[in-house]
Design a protein around this ligand. Structure first.
Ligand code: ACO
Length: 704
């Protein structure tokens, strides 16, 4: 199974793969050198050596210090070059001006993995100095983490090469953080919650090793089952788009509000470059986005559960209110609760007092006690009809949460962890203890219902992602004639195509059009309209000098017949000449009037990720609700379907209140628009009107 998606711009750079391979030297070294190790406990170099030693690293440790003979009982060397034998990995913790020299020694010594702790590079504007480190590392196939990082912890190798906290709880989550401070604080939090980590990696300035390399390394690391990333931004969007995702990746990305960027949100340009693009990227790559760190860790811990073998979920609770709240969360997130009242009554009645409820949620009531939980959990775990389980507990004086937790662990182990289960325990000190017991036993437990439900939902999402077929997506080619038309306009020195030119180009690419035509005189307009049986018609002025056509009287809708058309043509020419006397009037665009749901389709160049295609509902949905989603070019038809299914008002497309959409032609439009994405700056099809019979680009604009 794999959620791997790959586009043609793919992982072509051989050195990228070498870097990923060399990460093994960082995470699983046989020998570690700490350059800048110090005998002064207040110094970073001391703390790192201390962490390496104290954490029980089994390989050889070489502190490098110009003066000291030994530090913390470990013999020192004055230089990397004095070390007899190979060195796999070097931590560099010397002042910034000395870093390049040490890196050169790494190359001389054939060290392939380095972590540069030192600050004072691009984060303070020293971009060139940092680039020099990157270039040197590239030339010598050195994997370089940092600079400006607090290092990393990798529990399977007992390696703590950081100046962060010690005693990380071992587990299967690889936590990668762009913020050092957040990583340090969350290490403490995970220890308290007994959430196990395989790795904590502080990315620092990401001069070389970034999210892509780490995801691809952990893809093949059997000690890691899920990758959790805290991200502030991506350095190289196109490179990130080539990331191969083969294990669940949960992303916590900050900066979701982009003030002002969406203010004038009526077309593609103002809606892109935003957080929505990041969401699109994560969706397209098959990564899951979390909103808070508790939600992110919740989802990550649930990923160690077995895959659900079906949709039916059962909730077991001792409180009505919390059960209702979980039901709401399930419905909102699309988790399906098992509905079979007769069967549920037959199976669960014996687990509760008479006044309990066997409707899903199964409410064993406050008086139910630990044995009620044990029995109900046992049934839920052993009955095939139930595919996943949410257990909720509200602390009461009569039932000890610790006993409930232990009963859940025993029952779950007895059935050999056969299906996913998540637990929420709400209460005081004893409930917290119960949560820790569950987490220690790899049963995800949280204090919030919302987190438990969204965690379980993430597992279902990952199941769907991992079943997606692996497909290479090619950059679509533009038809030669369409390119010719664009180039002709470019040669004229124009930056935009006129409406009829835009229509021609888009039609050649496969965008579905209503009946349309172009005419320079009233007689010609009538002839085109009659020939194409176009009535009723929308008529719009064509002029390179007029951008806002309605403002000058250049748009007339609902023209019913030839007589009307002639009269309106004359009227339009007169009004426009009066309102825009200097404009060169080329003629009129004629377009059949179409009814249906108004959508918006656009293409824009995102500065980070390149061409991005937008889809959403038009009118108020785009202006007020900004209900649009994006995908990065290139993407395939399945991805286009997911894009269409992502918008909040998708019910309208599914035929709500007699409305309806022609999905195939919407998908066709999204595929077609990609063909010109490499050759123009911006495309707007607003609106694309869709009804049961088809979709129609009623207005079209291309900027080159
Ligand atoms: N080879 C071997 N040893 C050397 C070399 C060398 N080329 N050069 C210097 N040293 C020794 C020094 O003699 C010293 O040892 P000593 O204490 O025995 O004299 C040791 O290396 C450290 O050098 P100092 O000059 O004392 O440097 P200091 O420890 O003050 O600072 C450091 C070095 C920590 C790398 C500093 O420059 C720095 O960048 N600090 C910030 C680190 C940071 O915050 N990173 C981001 C983390 S993210 C987060 O925390 C949220």
């Amino acid at each position: 199974m794999s959620g791997e998606a790959c586009c043609e711009c793919g992982d072509s750079a051989v050195d990228a793969r070498v870097k990923v391979q060399n990460l093994k030297k960082i995470f699983n070294p046989k020998t570690v050198a700490i350059v800048g190790a110090s005998s002064e406990p207040g110094k970073v170099g001391y703390q790192i050596l201390n962490n390496v030693v104290q954490n029980g690293f089994k390989g050889k440790i070489y502190p490098i210090n110009k003066k000291a003979k030994e530090i913390l009982g470990v013999p020192c060397f004055t230089s990397l070059l004095d070390i007899p034998g190979d060195v796999d990995f070097a931590v560099i913790a010397v002042p910034a001006p000395l870093v390049e020299g040490v890196l050169k020694e790494c190359a001389q010594k054939n060290v392939k993995g380095t972590v540069i702790i030192t600050s004072g590079f691009s984060e303070i504007g020293k971009v060139k100095e940092e680039q020099a480190l990157k270039d040197f590392a590239d030339k010598n196939d050195i994997a370089l983490l940092g600079p400006n990082t607090f290092g990393f912890v990798y529990t399977p190798a007992n390696l703590n090469a950081s100046f962060g906290p010690t005693n990380v709880t071992p587990g299967k989550i690889a936590f990668v953080s762009q913020s050092g401070a957040l990583a340090i604080s969350l290490m403490g939090w995970t220890m308290m919650e007994k959430i196990g980590l395989a790795a904590v990696v502080s990315l620092g300035n990401k001069a070389d090793i970034g999210e892509k390399e780490l995801i691809e390394y952990f893809n093949d690391d059997p000690n890691v089952s899920v990758i959790l990333i805290y991200m502030e931004g991506i350095k190289d969007g196109r490179k990130f788009m080539t990331t191969k995702v083969r294990k669940p990746v949960v992303i916590l990305k900050s900066g979701s509000s982009q003030r002002g960027a969406q203010a004038a949100a009526s077309h593609t340009g103002s809606l892109s470059g935003s957080d929505k693009i990041y969401s699109a990227v994560f969706n397209q790559l098959g990564m899951m986005r979390a909103k808070t760190f508790t939600q992110a860790f919740g989802a990550a811990t649930v990923m160690s559960m077995p895959m659900p073998q079906g949709d039916e979920t059962v909730i077991i609770t001792n409180g009505g209110g919390i059960g209702v709240s979980a039901t709401d969360e399930c419905e909102n997130s699309g988790l399906k609760l098992l509905e079979d009242p007769v069967w549920l009554e037959e199976k669960f009645r014996s687990t509760m007092p008479e006044f309990g409820s066997t409707k899903n949620p199964i409410d064993v009531t406050g008086g139910g006690g630990c044995e009620s939980y044990r029995k109900a959990v046992h049934i839920a775990l052993t009955e095939d009809k139930i595919k996943s389980l949410i257990v909720l507990y509200c602390e009461t004086a009569v039932t000890d949460p610790v006993q409930v937790a232990k009963a859940i662990v025993e029952e779950y182990n007895a059935v050999k962890r056969n299906k996913p289960i998540v637990v929420t325990m709400v209460g005081g000190e004893r409930s917290r203890q119960a949560i820790q017991i569950l987490n220690e036993n790899q049963i995800p437990a949280m204090t919030e219902v919302r987190e438990a439900v969204s965690g379980l939902k993430s597992l279902y999402t990952w199941k769907e992602i991992s079943l997606r077929p692996k497909e290479k997506v090619k950059n679509p080619e533009i038809p030669a004639k369409a390119l010719e038309l664009i180039e002709a306009v470019r040669r004229e020195g124009r930056t935009f195509l006129l409406e009829h030119e835009s229509r021609q180009v888009l039609e050649l690419c496969g965008v579905p059009m209503p009946k349309w035509g172009f005419a320079t005189t009233a007689d010609e307009a009538v002839k085109v309209a009659e020939e194409k049986k176009m009535y009723p018609i929308a008529m719009k002025i064509a002029s390179v000098d007029i951008i806002h056509k309605s403002d000058v009287g250049g748009v007339i809708l609902n023209i019913k017949n030839a007589e009307d058309l002639k009269a309106r043509f004359a009227q339009m020419m007169e009004t426009v000449k009066k309102n825009a006397p200097k404009a060169d009037l080329l003629g009129v665009n004629l377009c059949q009037m179409v009814d249906g749901v108004q959508c918006i389709v656009g293409m824009n160049k995102d500065p980070q990720f390149g061409p991005a295609v937008m889809f959403g509902l038009g009118g108020i949905f785009v202006e007020v609700l900004k209900d649009v989603s994006f995908r990065i070019v290139p993407f395939n038809e399945s991805e286009a379907h997911r894009l269409v299914g992502e918008i909040k008002a998708k019910k309208l497309l599914d035929g709500y209140r007699g409305q309806g959409a022609h999905k195939e032609s919407i998908i066709k439009t999204l595929m077609a628009i990609q063909k010109i994405s490499q050759h123009v700056k911006e495309v707007d099809i607003n609106p694309l009107i869709t009804n049961k019979d088809g979709s129609y680009a009623v207005d079209a604009r291309i900027i080159i």
